[in-house]
Every structure is written in structure tokens, then in C-alpha cells.
Design a binder for this molecule. Structure first.
Ligand code: SAM
Length: 428
């Protein structure tokens, strides 16, 4: 397919998402099934264009003075893919599958800015979330929120049980892997532009041999901040597919025990294959319906990687940004409070309860931690900022922290997905 046909396809998919409120993955898949002549390269370009359009949906519609799928697709080509009007004309000439170029909208977009736009439009976030960003990031909130609408890099965590960073970096040198700026065992392949896409690193022999995992740098950092020591008893209470479980187990050098559990057995299912590939020997996975009473009051550290809105991951999942509803936030808030309460009974006296989300909304973060403190006088909130400095020092990009206690990572501050981290110690 030529560029014209691909842009036309992206417009069709955006239309489908808009009119039928379809998840982007389903809309793209259906388009592919109905157009079997399109190759994997075509589908990748169409997918990139759709995802980029969704990332900056509001700001592009504002500049184009039109929120139709066609304006969105062309505005994305111009703003994010740096394709000029002249280049579009040339590429679309004599292409009978090419859609009509909205020349007037593109010409006027060159002259428009955000002077008269509501801040949430420039920030590219749902209007009802603007207050949450402002509470968290004050006068920097628009820039912080807007950074969530950029493409994310591909981050990898080297499995120190089987390899080291240099060895994996060499294996992935052709893909352009470089050390992550903060995480100690991370590698990064920069985000591409336009039609370029990340290499499929999971087909690399080094991946098959368990030398690395795909994991955002922010996720690596918060796992590191849990600070597990070899020989300890650690409970990963919301283990999901085990991203953080694997990092904890490696940090503990396969000594001691990581107990991994999740209320949802289907979320937990991929963990077994991942543990095998990583040759992790200190993880005990507990079934969703297991009796966990034997672990009560025994754990040195309990990690609650809580179910959340995922607002910190909107770079990777722009569809979720527009599908999020106030009711789902409310539901998550209830779950977070009860998961924290339930997980706290496993912490031994003197042990640590760690609370993590991949959200940047204060209700899911600081508010939960302070409300937990009100309900549990035997827990004291420690300084996560000090743990950060001990691990990563002062010379690296620093996370947000109003009080040096709770910390928030963001694409703009730390170059990672948005993550929240807090640690509480059980006294007596
Ligand atoms: C953010 S995800 C965990 C991601 C995982 N830790 C990782 O690093 O790959 C949150 C998890 O919490 C689980 N969850 C939701 N409610 C729970 C509950 N009441 N108890 C334990 N886990 C729960 C979900 O099934 C989901 O897998």
C-alpha cells in the first residue's frame, strides 16, 4: 500500500473507534481481517498513525479546528510525523486510494496556537482529570500531562541471574540499545518517529535464553526501591504476570523467597513461563484460591502493586486515556483501600509495606497512603526520597515529591512511565 491508502485506512479505523466506541486493538484487528491484502508493514504504519492520532487527539483537533477522523489523521501526519503539505501532495498524486487532503484546515493549523484553548486541550487529557493533574503538578501540570502523549521508548531489564548489562547491550547493539539513565540494570531502545516501529526483541536468542525482560524503566525503578535483600521473605501481593516478581527475585540473587499471588488467576498465568525462562528459583507462586494464612505476620516486605487507572501509562496505551470513566476511577479507589488493608496483615513487626501504582492521580496515590495511615496507627510512612537517593544518587533525574516521603515518576521528570511509590514500616 502507498501512503494514501494507509492514511485512508487509519481514518476508517479512527471512525470505527469514534462511532462504535471500540477498543483500538479490536478496531485495528477487524480492519486487518477485512483487508487481507495489507501486509504486516502496512498494518504497522496504520497502527502507528492511529495510536499517534489518539495520543494528541484534543490538541490536534484544536489546531485543525475540526475533530473529524480525517483531520485527526492528517493533523498527525503534519504535527507528529513531520510530513509537510507539499510532501503530502507529492505522495498522494495519482494515488486513487488516497483520501482528500484537508488543505484549508492544514493551512490554518499553521497559524493557530493554544492561546484560547482550555488547558486540558493542550494537555491532551480528559477534561474531568485536569484537577487531578493540577493538584499533583501545580503550574507544571499541562507540561506533565502533555508528556504522557509522546511515544514511549522500549525498555528492557537485564536479568542479572543470567547476564549483565554489557553482554545484553552487545547482543542488541544493532537495535540501538543503550543503558537506561536511572535503572541500574536497564537498557533502552529509543522511541521511533513516524512509520518506524520497535524491533521485536522477543525473537532474539538473548530473550529466549532469559537474559532480559521487557519492562518499563519506571517499573524497574520501583521494584528496585522495594530494596529486597537476599535471604528475605517478600510477598508480591498483586503479582499479575510477574514483571516485578522477576525483578525482586533477581535482586535477591535467588536467595530467600518471593511469594507471588494475585486475586485473578488469568493475570497470574504467564508468570510460570517467565520464571522458567529467567531461571528464577526463589519464587513460590500461590494459587488465587490458596490459603495464605501461613504467611501472616511473617513477611519482611509486602509489595502492593495495586490495580489502578493506569494513567501513568497513557504513552503506551493512549486508547485507555479516552476510555477511562469517573466510575472506573471510583471502583479502583475502593479496590486500592481494601487491597492495602488485606496485604498489611502479612507484614511482620518491623517489616515494610510498599504501595505502588502506575497512576499519577493523587487520589490513587498520596490520598490512599494517608488514609491507610489513619486506619492503621501501627504503620509509619518512611521517606521514599531517601531510598531513591541511596540507590540512584542526586545526579540522575529526580522524581516528584512534595515531602520526600511519597515519590512520583513521570515521563517528563524521570523519562519513565508514571509511577507512584511509598513505603510504610510496621512498628511493634
Ligand atoms: C498493576 S497490576 C500488577 C502488575 C504486576 N505486579 C507486574 O509488575 O507485572 C495489578 C494487579 O492487581 C490484581 N488485583 C486486583 N485486585 C486484587 C486483590 N483484591 N488482591 C490481589 N490482587 C488484586 C490484578 O489482578 C492485577 O493483576
Amino acid at each position: 500500500m502507498r501512503l494514501g491508502g494507509r492514511v485512508g485506512a487509519a481514518i476508517e479505523v479512527l471512525q470505527d473507534i469514534e462511532t462504535r466506541r471500540r477498543p483500538v486493538a479490536d478496531a485495528l484487528k477487524d480492519w486487518g481481517l477485512a483487508h487481507r491484502f495489507a501486509g504486516s508493514g502496512d498494518r504497522a504504519v496504520i497502527g502507528n498513525l492511529v495510536h499517534d492520532a489518539l495520543r494528541k487527539k484534543l490538541s490536534t483537533a484544536h489546531l485543525m479546528a475540526d475533530d473529524s477522523p480525517a483531520s485527526l489523521a492528517f493533523g498527525t501526519l503534519w504535527r507528529q510525523w513531520s510530513v509537510s503539505l507539499a510532501q503530502m501532495r507529492e505522495a498522494f498524486a495519482e494515488d486513487r486510494f488516497a483520501p482528500k487532503i484537508p488543505e484549508d484546515a492544514l493551512a490554518s493549523a499553521l497559524k493557530r496556537d493554544f492561546a484560547f484553548a482550555a488547558p486540558y486541550v493542550e494537555a491532551d487529557v480528559p477534561d474531568w482529570t485536569a484537577d487531578f493533574f493540577e493538584e499533583n503538578f501545580d503550574h507544571e501540570w499541562v507540561a506533565e500531562a502533555a508528556a504522557l502523549s509522546e511515544r514511549a521508548p522500549l525498555d528492557l531489564r537485564v536479568n542479572t541471574l543470567k547476564a549483565d548489562r554489557e553482554k545484553v547491550r552487545k547482543q542488541l547493539s544493532k537495535a540501538g540499545a543503550k543503558d537506561t539513565p536511572i535503572a541500574r540494570h536497564g537498557l533502552r531502545i529509543a522511541a521511533g518517529k513516524g512509520a518506524s516501529r520497535h524491533p521485536n526483541v522477543q525473537v532474539e536468542p538473548a530473550f529466549q535464553k532469559g537474559w532480559f525482560e521487557v519492562q518499563d524503566e519506571g517499573s524497574q525503578i520501583v521494584a528496585d526501591l522495594v530494596f529486597p535483600r537476599p535471604g528475605e521473605q517478600v510477598f508480591d501481593y498483586c503479582a499479575g504476570a510477574g514483571g516485578k516478581t522477576l525483578a525482586l527475585a533477581a535482586a535477591m540473587e535467588n536467595k530467600g523467597q518471593v511469594h507471588a499471588w494475585d486475586a485473578d488467576k488469568s493475570r497470574l498465568a504467564p508468570i510460570f513461563e517467565r520464571l522458567k525462562r529467567a531461571e528464577t528459583r526463589n519464587v513460590q507462586v500461590h494459587a488465587a484460591d490458596a490459603d495464605l494464612s501461613g504467611l501472616e505476620n511473617r513477611m519482611e516486605r509486602v509489595l502492593v502493586d495495586a490495580p489502578c487507572t493506569g494513567s501513568g501509562t497513557w504513552r503506551r496505551n493512549p486508547d485507555a486515556k479516552w476510555r477511562l470513566q469517573p466510575s472506573s476511577l471510583e471502583k479502583r479507589l475502593g479496590e486500592q483501600a481494601s487491597v492495602l488493608d488485606a496485604a498489611s496483615k502479612y507484614v511482620r513487626p518491623g517489616g515494610f509495606l510498599v504501595y505502588v501504582t502506575c497512576s499519577v492521580f493523587p487520589q490513587e496515590n498520596e490520598h490512599q497512603v494517608y488514609a491507610f495511615g489513619d486506619r492503621h496507627a501501627d504503620y509509619e510512612l518512611l521517606s521514599a526520597g531517601e531510598v531513591w537517593q541511596e540507590l540512584f544518587g542526586f545526579d540522575k533525574p529526580q522524581p516528584w515529591s512534595a515531602d520526600m516521603k511519597c515519590i512520583t515518576l513521570t515521563p517528563r521528570a524521570t523519562g519513565t512511565d508514571g509511577f507512584f511509590f511509598a513505603v510504610m514500616q510496621r512498628n511493634g
